[in-house]
Design a protein around this ligand. Structure first.
Ligand SMILES: Nc1ncnc2c1ncn2[C@@H]1O[C@H](COP(=O)(O)OP(=O)(O)O)[C@@H](O)[C@H]1O
Ligand SMILES: [Mg+2]
Length: 359
């Protein structure tokens, strides 16, 4: 596989340097250059895979009582009327243009990647749709690409990502993997610590749904650097800004998504964050895409004006529409999304990948 080639060691060093760099709050003066960190001694037996540690006990993704609450079939994103209207309209109107656009986006999504790219998803506050957008992106990349895709949860306690990705059960968390991962591991050993997902790709959860779990910056850095070479794309459901982990992960990534809810306060906060991203010593705006997410069917804002307001620099803004399938909760299935949501997901994924491969 071509991804395994190339100057791997300098890349990893570069990323570690960036991650360490931004762990310093942006408002503090830049400290004088420190003495180079001591080089850690090489592992004693470099070529032999470490003995498999005792696996943690598996935990169900949802308690059985909660899983039993699900009734009936999952909802489709579009209503029946809307599906019929589009089926009729598509034949006569813009079918040719749509096909051209779709193939263009598909080609962008399938573009070759030489070394692992990391895409970090963050938001201005909880409930904006961060885990939903992460699940959409992870599933879309896994669907369109033949190479391995990883979704990570750098976001401790009671996250919804494992449910959204239909993870069958959880065993190893990011903290567990940080303690066992070793450069000598083969791909088949690495995926033994991950959850294989029904829609494709792998998941590394932040916790097993317990209160008080933590994902530390050091654990994230260890895992992000170590797993990067095994996966073409890693999508990270990151904690909300302005936490230290979020700032560090954002700066170390090749592309970033800021999820902004389509509300007046959400858009205002997102604009503030974008201006901050443009002002930090290592500007984060290049490589950033805004997902303006409608979590409610009722919107009190002018979407076109909001998108213009959020276009700070040349940051693209992709509107993710309200979707009944997403609103219903539970596992996200690409095939059940409304057409506009599917198009928005593909466009968001394509814009991000374009930026990620350039850096
Ligand atoms: N585009 C959308 N359409 C409908 N509902 C959405 C959409 N995006 C998110 N939601 C819903 O909004 C709520 C919050 O989303 P979630 O992804 O869990 O947010 P976060 O991870 O930022 O806290 C969830 O109930 C989710 O189903
Ligand atoms: Mg979440």
């Amino acid at each position: 596989m071509s991804r395994g080639e190339g100057p791997r060691v300098p890349e990893d060093d570069w990323q570690r340097a960036v991650l360490n760099d931004v762990a310093t709050p942006a408002s503090e003066p830049t400290p004088p250059p420190a003495a180079p960190a001591p080089v850690p001694p090489p592992p004693e037996v470099a070529d032999v895979p470490p003995p498999a540690p005792e696996p943690p006990a598996p935990a169900p993704t949802l308690p059985p009582e909660a899983a039993a609450l699900l009734t009936g079939k999952p909802k489709k994103g579009d209503s029946a009327g809307r599906r019929i209207k589009r089926a009729l309209g598509g034949v006569f109107s813009s079918a040719a243009r749509e096909t051209a656009e779709v193939t263009g986006v598909a080609r962008q999504l399938q573009q070759p990647i030489t070394t692992g790219r990391q895409i970090v998803v963050t938001s201005v506050h909880g409930g904006a749709g961060k885990s939903t957008v992460t699940a959409l992106l992870g599933s879309a990349y896994a669907h369109y690409r033949p190479d391995p895709v990883l979704v990570m949860e750098a976001n401790p306690t009671l996250g919804t990502l494992p449910v959204r990705l239909a993870a069958p059960s959880l065993r190893w968390t990011m903290g567990d993997v940080a303690r066992v991962v070793a450069p000598s591991m083969r791909f088949d050993q690495v995926i033994g610590y991950l959850v294989g997902l029904p829609e494709g790709g792998w998941l590394l959860p932040g916790s097993k749904g317990q209160i008080g779990a933590q994902v530390s910056l050091a654990e994230y850095q260890t895992v992000a650097v170590a797993l990067r070479r095994y996966f073409a794309i890693t999508v990270v459901d990151c904690e909300t800004l302005p936490g230290e982990l979020a700032r560090s992960a954002l700066a170390g990534a090749q592309a970033r998504v800021l999820v902004a809810p389509a509300t007046v306060e959400g858009v205002a906060a997102a604009r503030t964050v974008l201006e901050w991203m443009g002002s930090v010593p290592r500007p984060m705006l290049p490589g950033t895409v805004v997902a303006l997410n409608s979590t409610s069917p009722h919107t009190a804002i002018d979407l076109e004006a909001a998108m213009r307001y959020l276009r700070v620099g040349d940051t693209p803004v992709v509107h993710v529409p309200y979707d009944r399938h997403l609103a219903a909760g539970g596992a996200v299935r690409l095939s059940l999304l409304g057409q506009e949501t599917r198009d928005a997901t593909a466009r968001l994924g394509a814009e991000l990948l374009d930026r990620a491969v350039r850096r």
